[in-house]
Design a protein around this ligand. Structure first.
Ligand code: GLV
Length: 317
């Protein structure tokens, strides 16, 4: 029997690669940025398995280019808006993601952004590096206390709950809005509009689906407190970037921190020029331990499916 063939669209830790090499013939893309579309379409042809990233669009065209031998698309990310799951399932292809292993890292990073934004860490760093700092002053670069304020979580899945669990350490009360019907101890459920109008920090933790695309638009931003901060570690298109740039320019809200963008790696040019927005390059899960665990989980899914077993973390819609 020929060995199964696996396309991996980006370098992964060598410990994970060796687990796969024991079973599959591997075609590894080693470029520094996302594999170009035409190369992806060419190299996926005839493969049994695909390990891909959120930067790769896995749609009907790609699945057809792979051909009928493809058994699994293992996305190395918890979000899988880059994969057309119904198109994959219609072709008998299993789709998996990497939940749980990144929850704590993303929750930590969300707090890193909340703290950095409200205490103006990167603005301050820019001043020091530019050599324009004049020295300590009582009223210089004042931020905002978090203690006693409300953290509003939009979406209350695994990551939002881990973010909420850290809130007592900073003296914040937690509110959330979510389309699901459940309660969360220690957190108050509010409507989306109530959450926007009452929260001091609004943090987004929803997947990107039709209903959440541009959830934060001009109207939503106008409902927020003028003193409020917006944090996005979810997916870029959940926020209408042009509307956010407008709201920040008009000081309709106090500030924003973005880890994700509508057209990564592009950033709306107005945002780049503003001081009241903190911009980081999609680093939510970016620790060595977490990224290794994500690749390892994707590999386990591939190996399970190739062995005729159920994967650990299948997604079906
Ligand atoms: C990263 O954004 C992920 O979805 O894992």
């Amino acid at each position: 029997m020929p060995r199964p063939s696996l396309l991996i669209t980006r370098r992964i830790p060598s410990s994970v690669l060796s687990r796969l090499e024991a079973v599959c013939d591997i075609d590894l893309y080693t470029g520094e940025s996302a594999i170009p579309r035409d190369e992806l379409l060419r190299r996926v042809h005839g493969k049994t398995a695909l390990m891909c990233l959120l930067t790769d669009a896995i749609d009907a065209e790609l699945l057809d280019a792979a051909g009928p031998g493809l058994q699994i698309v293992a996305n190395i990310a918890v979000g899988y808006n880059n994969v057309d799951v119904p198109a994959a399932n219609a072709r008998g292809v299993i789709v998996t993601n990497t939940p749980d292993v990144l929850t704590e890292a993303v929750a930590d990073f969300t707090w890193a952004l909340i703290l950095a934004l409200t205490r103006r860490v990167s603005e301050g760093e820019r001043v020091v590096r530019s050599g324009t700092w004049k020295g300590w002053a009582l009223d210089f670069m004042l931020g905002t206390d978090l203690r006693g304020k409300q953290l509003g979580l939009v979406g209350m899945g695994r990551i939002a709950r881990a973010v909420a669990a850290r809130a007592p350490a900073f003296g914040m009360r937690v509110a959330f809005s979510d389309s699901g019907d459940f309660t969360v101890p220690g957190a108050e459920r509010l409507s989306f509009d109530q959450l926007l109008t009452t929260s001091d920090v609004v943090s987004l933790h929803v997947p990107l689906v039709d209903e959440t695309r541009h959830l934060i638009d001009k109207r939503a931003l106008a409902r927020m407190k003028r003193s409020a901060y917006l944090i996005n570690t979810a997916r870029g298109p959940v926020v209408d970037e042009a509307a956010l740039a407008w709201a920040l320019e008009q000081h309709l809200i106090a500030g924003a921190a973005l880890d994700v963008y509508e057209q990564e790696p592009k950033v709306h040019p107005t945002l780049l020029a503003l001081e009241n927005v903190l911009l980081v390059p999609h680093l939510g899960s970016a620790t060595t331990e977490t990224r290794t665990a994500m690749a390892d989980l994707a590999a386990s899914n591939v190996l399970a499916v190739l062995a005729g077993q159920a994967p650990l973390t299948r997604v079906t819609s």
